[in-house]
Design a protein around this ligand. Structure first.
Ligand code: HPA
Length: 260
C-alpha cells in the first residue's frame, strides 16, 4: 500500500469506501489503520487523534503511527492539519501546503535513531515537506478548481491549550504564519524512514489575540466540517496523479544513519 492519509481534527470520516481494519504491531505499541479504496487505489487511513478524537496532541503515538505506515509499505503520506492563522495572508476556510516549520513542542521524542544499536541520524529537513508531493497536490487542486496557497510557515506548539496572544505575537515576529499542535515530529519521523510527506493545512480560525474573542475547539470543528468535502476531493484527485516512483530526496534521507 503506497499511500496513506493521516487525518487530523475534523478529518475522521471522509467518505472513502472502507475495505478493512488493520492492527499493526510496532516497537511503540499497536496502531489501528483503516484501509480505504479511493477509486481503485488502496489508501491507508490513520486517525491521528484516534477513534472519536480521544488522543490529545501531546499524547499521540507519533513514532508508532509512522512506523506502522512504513511497515505496511507506505511511501507517501498526505496529512491534514487544522491551523490557526497568525496573519491576514491566511483567511479562515483557506487551504495551504505549508513548506516550513518552527518547532515549539516541548516533550516529544523526535527520532527513531536513539543511538546504540539504532545508530544516530541527523536528518536533513531543509525542505521538510516533500516538494514533489506538494507539486502533485497543487496540480490536483488546479484540476478540481480549488484555490490553495502553496507555502506557509507552520508553528507547532505543545498544546493541548491554545496559545496566549503574547506567544502568537512572538511567533509572528519570528516569521510564523500558521499555528497547530500536531505537525511535529510527524513530518520529521516520516523523513527519517524515507517517506514523502506533505501537510494539507486547513485554516480554521484566527490565532489567539488576532481577533478579540476567545478560541474554542467548537470553532475549529465547525470550519473543518465545511472543509471536509474539499479535503476528500483533493485527496481523491491527488491519488489519480501519483506514480509509483519516489524520485525526490525523501527516499534516501536516512542513508547517513549509522553508529559514527
Ligand atoms: N492554535 C493551535 N492549534 C490549532 C489552532 C490554533 O489556533 N487552530 C487549530 N489548531
Amino acid at each position: 500500500m503506497d499511500l496513506a492519509l493521516i487525518g487530523g481534527t475534523g478529518v475522521q470520516q471522509i467518505g472513502f469506501q472502507h475495505k478493512e481494519n488493520l492492527d499493526i504491531e510496532t516497537p511503540y505499541g499497536t496502531v489501528n489503520i483503516n484501509v480505504a479504496d479511493v477509486n481503485g487505489t488502496e489508501m491507508a487511513f490513520l486517525k491521528r487523534h484516534g477513534e472519536g478524537h480521544t488522543v490529545p496532541p501531546h499524547r499521540i503515538n507519533y513514532r508508532g503511527n509512522i512506523w506502522a505506515l512504513k511497515q505496511i509499505g507506505v511511501k507517501r503520506i498526505l496529512a491534514t492539519g487544522a491551523v490557526g492563522s497568525l496573519c491576514s495572508n491566511f483567511q479562515v476556510g483557506e487551504v495551504t501546503l505549508i513548506d516550513q516549520f518552527l518547532d515549539f513542542t516541548k516533550n516529544r521524542t523526535q527520532t527513531f535513531y536513539e543511538g546504540g544499536e539504532q545508530g544516530v541520524l541527523h536528518v536533513d529537513v531543509s525542505q521538510p515537506y516533500c516538494p514533489d508531493l506538494r507539486e502533485i497536490i497543487t496540480q490536483a487542486a488546479q484540476n478540481i478548481n480549488l484555490n490553495i496557497k502553496t507555502s506557509g510557515v507552520y508553528v507547532c506548539t505543545e498544546g493541548p491549550r491554545f496559545e496566549t496572544p503574547a506567544e502568537i505575537k512572538m511567533f509572528r515576529m519570528l516569521g510564523g504564519e500558521l499555528v497547530g499542535m500536531t505537525g511535529v515530529p510527524e513530518v520529521v519521523l516520516a523523513r527519517e524512514l524515507g517517506m514523502c510527506y506533505a501537510t494539507i493545512a486547513l485554516v480554521t480560525n484566527a490565532a489567539a489575540g488576532i481577533i478579540n474573542q476567545p478560541l474554542t475547539h467548537a470553532e475549529v470543528i465547525d470550519t473543518m466540517n465545511v472543509l471536509g468535502e474539499t479535503v476528500a476531493k483533493l485527496v481523491e484527485n491527488t491519488c489519480t496523479l501519483l506514480n509509483k516512483e519516489q524520485k525526490c530526496y525523501c527516499a534516501t534521507s536516512n542513508k547517513e544513519a549509522g553508529l559514527f
